[in-house]
Structure formats: C-alpha cells, structure tokens
Design a protein around this ligand. Structure first.
Ligand code: MRU
Length: 327
C-alpha cells in the first residue's frame, strides 16, 4: 500500500510504502493518512496488507486472523464512521463467502477494497455536483480542516463542492481556517487550493466570526466524520464554534459527506465517540514548545455540531435540510 505522508506536507512530498499491518495502523493513528473517507479506504487496503502473507492458511485460520486484523485497524481512530463502515464491507465478503480456499477469499477482499475506493471517487463527484449549485456567483466561502483529494479517494467532499462551485459560478475567495492544533487547513487545504487554482486565504480559527462580521460570506462548508440519525454532526474540533458564528451572522452552514457517514444506529450526537489526542499536540508544534513544560492540555480531535445549526447536509444521494430525515 502506497500513500502520501500528510504529516510532512506542505514542506515535503514523501510517499510511504506500507507492507506491514503495524505500519498501516500507525499511519492512520498518526494522521499520515487522514480524513474520514480516506481512513476508510486505507483500512480496506490495510486488511489486504495484514492478510497478504496468510493466503496459505486453512480457511478457518485465515478468517480468525482476519478478525484480529480488523480489530487492530478499527481501534486506530474511533470517531470517523467510515473506518468501521469499510471494515464492515470487508466482513460482508467473508460472511457471503462459501466456495474456495483462503487465496480465493483474499482475491474477493481485494476486489472489495478496489470497489470501496472507486465508489468513493464517483460519490465525491456527485456530492460536488449537488453542492456547487448552492453557492452564488463569486462566492466567498469559509471552510475548516481539510476535505479535498487528500482526505478522500476522489475530488473531496466540502472542498470538492467548492472546486465545483468555482467551475460553475466562480469562487472569489476560500477562507481556510488554519485548524488548530494540527493545521490541516493551513498545511493541506491551502496546498490543495494551490494545486486546484482556487483563490485561498488562510486565517486563524478565531478569525472566522470577525470575517463574517466584516463582509458577506455566502456560506460555510465542512466535511463530517460521523452524522447521527438526527443530523448532529461530528467534525474537526472548531466546527461547532464556526457553526455558532455562522448562525449569529445568518450565514448558511453546510456539511458535505458520503451518505455512509450517517450512522443511523446513533439517535443523537451525544453518543458519537470523540477521539482524544495526546496533550502534546496542543502544547507543541513540530517539536517546539508552545506552553511551559508540564502544562496540561485538552485535546479532543472532534466536536459535535447540533443539527439545528446545519442548513443542509449534502450527500451523493440528496441534499437534506433540517429537520433531518435521512430515510
Ligand atoms: O483528524 P482528521 O484530520 O482526520 O479530521 C478530518 C476531518 O475532520 C474532516 O473534516 C472530515 O474527516 C471530512 S474529510 C472529507
């Protein structure tokens, strides 16, 4: 499995070849590959990495090893539903498998991983087409975290919508929140905007409300890691505050995500598992101390935006509006 190490961007473009399950799990945990859809795709390929050397095992042994591999991957990051969703798709292949040996089952799993990847490319295009029409000509748009081609298999979710809006009607400016603490906005979204020729200004997360007060912002659009059945949405820490500011300034607040991000098993956002990251991700930046040695920190990776603050949820299936009924 080969992937671009996102922790090194934008300074260096380092491609990693991952041949061991431990390395795939580490890459997901350390955010070398990140963004909910990309994590799902990486987990599907991770199953192949973990199982490649096991094709000579008897089928039952192969299956029990597979179970252990899935558990390792599942526990790498808890919030993005895509990880469990992709592993669930791989598990369905095993459940349906009736004729053949471990090597045949491995081939089926490989086909499923390719399908998960290629379907993500297609659904990103459909999300982009659905969302682009929501923005007027020469829109000024705020976004948070990174939701483009680095974060998915295709053109992206929220950033894919922005790029499509730019083609359709022109986008005057993308304001990219820097996205503390790991700077996915400053490092990755600004980099992607350069590649896509999208006009972009990075701003500190705390500048967003003032930007909305200073000029007309035509919309805020973000991705999602998990959406509860009532529309409550988990996304990168800072999203909730951005939604509150958008409501205060009457700016539409959109979420763009694959339909599979909706976790219908969860009635509301209070049950979404929120990943806690190491405190040093807040108190240091690339090895430089930002706070006195020993300072305690709080480092949730995500927050939950209540459904009533979300104007619409854009998926490949439909554009849903509050109050949400995804059935
Ligand atoms: O911790 P990260 O960088 O994986 O968080 C990513 C986000 O919160 C994204 O907004 C979300 O996964 C959607 S990516 C299309």
């Amino acid at each position: 499995m080969i992937l671009l190490d996102q922790t090194r961007l934008p300074d260096e473009e380092i491609w990693l070849r991952l041949d061991k399950l431990n390395d795939v799990v580490e890459a997901i945990y350390a955010l070398r590959v990140r963004g909910a859809p990309a994590i799902g795709i990486a987990a599907a390929y991770g199953v192949l990495v973990g199982m490649k050397g096991k094709v000579n095992l008897p089928l039952e042994d192969f299956k029990s090893h597979l179970q252990a591999v899935k558990e390792r991957l599942f526990n790498a990051r808890p919030t993005a539903v895509n990880l469990g969703w992709a592993l669930g798709k791989m598990a369905e292949i095993v459940a349906q498998f009736s004729a053949g040996d471990s090597a045949v089952l491995y081939d089926r799993l490989e086909m499923e991983a390719f399908t998960i990847h290629s379907e993500d490319i297609e659904l990103c295009d459909r999300i982009a087409a659905h969302g682009a029409a929501l923005f007027p000509q020469n829109a000024r748009i705020i976004t948070h975290c990174n939701t483009g081609f680095l974060a998915t298999g295709g053109v992206g979710t929220a950033l894919g919508v922005i790029a499509a809006a730019h083609k359709l009607n022109g986008v005057e400016m993308v304001y990219a929140d820097e996205t503390r603490p790991l700077l996915q906005g400053a490092r990755l979204t600004a980099w992607e905007c350069q590649q896509l020729d999208l006009p972009c200004r990075v701003m500190t997360d705390s500048s967003a409300a003032y930007r909305m007060a200073s000029e007309t912002i035509h919309g805020v659009i973000v991705g999602a890691d998990r959406i509860a059945a009532n529309g409550d949405t988990a996304n990168k820490i800072g999203t909730y505050g951005l939604a509150v500011a958008a409501r205060a300034h009457k700016v539409p607040f959109y979420v763009a995500a694959p339909y599979s991000t909706i976790d219908s098993a969860l009635a509301g956002g209070e049950n979404i598992p929120i990943e806690q990251r190491p405190e040093t991700e807040v108190t240091t930046l690339r090895g430089i101390s930002l706070a006195p040695e020993g300072t305690a920190a709080w480092a949730p990776a995500f927050d939950v935006t209540p459904a009533q603050l979300i104007t619409a949820i854009i998926t490949e299936a439909d554009v849903f509006r509050y109050p949400y009924d995804f059935s």
